[in-house]
Design a protein around this ligand. Structure first.
Ligand code: SF4
Ligand code: SF4
Length: 324
């Protein structure tokens, strides 16, 4: 488990694709997986990081001049062995070429930042989504933040890779009406190879949360499949997930088509370039829809999910009826 105090790398506002209504998304730093197609690589490490965006650099020399450890000799060249992680360089870079990913924020600070949007959440049936990275790496903090938001009438959604300790995460799970649950490779060995970890814990959690929803009024568990041609869209993988979901009476999922928009971040962070994945075609997405449909599973795209319909089916929720 990562440290108890998380770092936040972004708070995005007015989002429509990550749960019901208009939402703000709080992105936590730190993830137990390393999926090759990840578009949020700045979320991987739990600690703060420095990114260098060469196209913004104006070669002013401020970073080298201000660095107390003499770790920067010339713009973009930072000796990680000398760097003390003081962030003087990012604080003083005038152009934004040097950027810090990861800031410490308290529960109260996050709630205060989001409070101006509370009325919009209420009128749109939205709320706050915890994402990342993996928010469950910080079970106490996220439970505390969720409790604070819930106390002010704000709905909280968790977006998770599913790789978490269920026992430790229970206080957070109790605050949720909806969980967006990522599913990737159904085969354990492929998951290990392409995501950097096995999927036994993930499948076990998905199974347990689905049962908790069906039997005890737990949160609605909504699977989301990143759709990567040649990787997650094989007939074998789709069939594997369709059988897994149908066996647990889950009749819906969202497919999230691959897009390469976050690839520059790898360059900024000094990570190796991503494998050359491609955007799926309409025909490929259509074929997947047909396959799932044969198992009685409806496929949605992000932002198209009929939350109201499924929420009515969740009236047993421990949190009472939803407003969306
Ligand atoms: S974080 Fe501090 S020590 Fe490291 S390169 Fe920047 S200014 Fe130098
Ligand atoms: S301070 Fe920023 S803009 Fe100036 S040389 Fe360093 S990275 Fe480039």
């Amino acid at each position: 488990m990562a440290s108890a105090e998380p770092l936040i790398f972004s708070v995005q506002h007015f989002c429509l694709h990550d749960g019901p209504g208009v939402r703000s998304i709080v992105f936590f730093k730190g993830c137990p997986l390393r999926c090759g197609w990840c578009q949020n690589v700045e979320s991987w490490k739990a600690r703060a990081e420095i990114a260098f965006k060469a196209h913004l650099c104006i070669n002013c020399g401020t970073c080298a001049a201000k660095c107390p450890a003499k770790a920067i000799t010339t713009a973009g060249k930072r000796d990680a062995r000398l760097c003390k992680g003081c962030f003087t360089c990012t604080d003083n870079c005038p152009s934004g070429a040097l950027t810090r990913f990861g800031f410490s924020k308290s529960v109260d600070e996050i709630a205060s930042e989001l409070r101006p949007e509370f009325s919009l959440f209420a009128s749109s049936g939205g709320g706050v989504t915890f994402s990342g990275g993996e928010p469950t790496l910080f079970p106490e903090f996220t439970a505390c933040l969720a409790e604070k938001l819930r106390a002010e009438g704000i709905d909280v959604v968790l977006e998770t890779c599913g790789h978490f300790n269920r026992e430790q995460t229970k206080p957070l799970l109790r605050q949720l009406r909806t969980i967006l649950f990522d599913i990737k490779l159904c085969d354990e060995e492929s998951h290990m190879l392409l995501c950097g970890s096995g999927n036994t814990v993930i499948k076990d959690n998905l199974h347990a949360l689905a049962a908790d929803h069906a039997e005890a009024g737990g949160a609605l568990v909504w699977p989301r499949l990143p759709f990567i041609p040649g990787v997650t869209d094989t007939v074998e993988n789709l069939r594997g997930w369709a059988e897994f979901l149908a066996a647990r009476n889950i009749s819906y999922l969202t497919v999230v088509p691959y897009h390469p928009m976050g690839n520059n971040k790898r360059l900024w962070l000094g990570l190796p370039a991503a494998q050359d994945f491609r955007v799926p075609s309409a025909a490929e997405l259509g074929a997947a829809e047909q396959l799932f449909s044969a198992y009685g599973i409806r496929v949605y795209r992000p932002g198209e999910e009929p939350w109201q319909e499924y929420c009515r089916k969740s009236e047993k929720s421990a949190l009472g009826p939803a407003t969306y």
